[in-house]
Ligand binder design. Sequence first.
Ligand code: SF4
Length: 318
Amino acid sequence: MALLKVEDLVMYYRTRKGTVKAVDHVSFEIEKGETLAIVGESGCGKSSLSRAIIRLLPRNVETYEGKVFLNGTNIMELSEERFRKEVRWRKISMVFQGALNALNPVLKVGEQVAEPLVIHMGMGKKEALKEAREMIKQVGIAEAFVDRYPFELSGGMRQRIVIAMALITDPDLVILDEPTSALDVITQANVMNLLKRLKKERDLTYIFITHDIALASELADKMATMYAGQIIELADSESYFGKPLHPYTQKLLGSVPTLREDKEIAPIPGTPPNLLNPPVGCRFRPRCDQAMEICEKEPPMFSLDGHRVKCWLYRGEE
Ligand code: SF4
């Protein structure tokens, strides 16, 4: 049984200009110990998808439906109170982008790491602080920093603290939302190494949200491309990087510079669609140089030996 199975998840929100289709009928699965990286340009709905899974919905949410099974239980059916008590942070936790925004500036970092144990697990403060010290050491921060405030730590250390907060309750699934985007490249590499080490040591399951496809390749067992609120390609990493099928994924990969190959970097033409009014049919059609007449109809998800792709080029190849 999959650890997480998302079926037809929809999350639309209302704005003054109309309805934004941020997550539009998204389905995927993750096994225990796997990392699924979800990549796409800014504004494609990948952060909205992570928030829809952990049910941190915007106040102006208009439609929120579908099924999300965690270890076989449909957590979409739980009341908000049960979800908060039993799922959020206990079973699914999240590392947000921009650690400084995620931390309370007037609380010592040790207390902040201990907080989820007190709030979500009902642990006494003294015992929680002891566990927090241990967790902070595990993310590579010296014990002396436990009693410091966030502003006394570097950006990389703060991000490690946020990772410690997400892991302290030993959750089944950790959602990493652009966890290194605010960091310089050296610190980014250190945090990525930490995430890899923790994954191996603790058999963690991650959803890794990023716009950086090269970074995703370091951690991912499975890759998904998101475009205009939809997942348009989903495959194991080997197949995805070895033989990308969707024209958009091919262009995403073509826009990444490599050290080993002397290849021409090709930017993706056009701009991402407005989710208020996405194109009819295939949403990539206005930017696709292989578009056909049939692309005016929305393509289904085709499966080619388990490599799934939402593109009419593959009809009849299943
Ligand atoms: Fe291009 Fe058509 Fe495939 Fe869309 S369905 S990516 S327009 S070929």
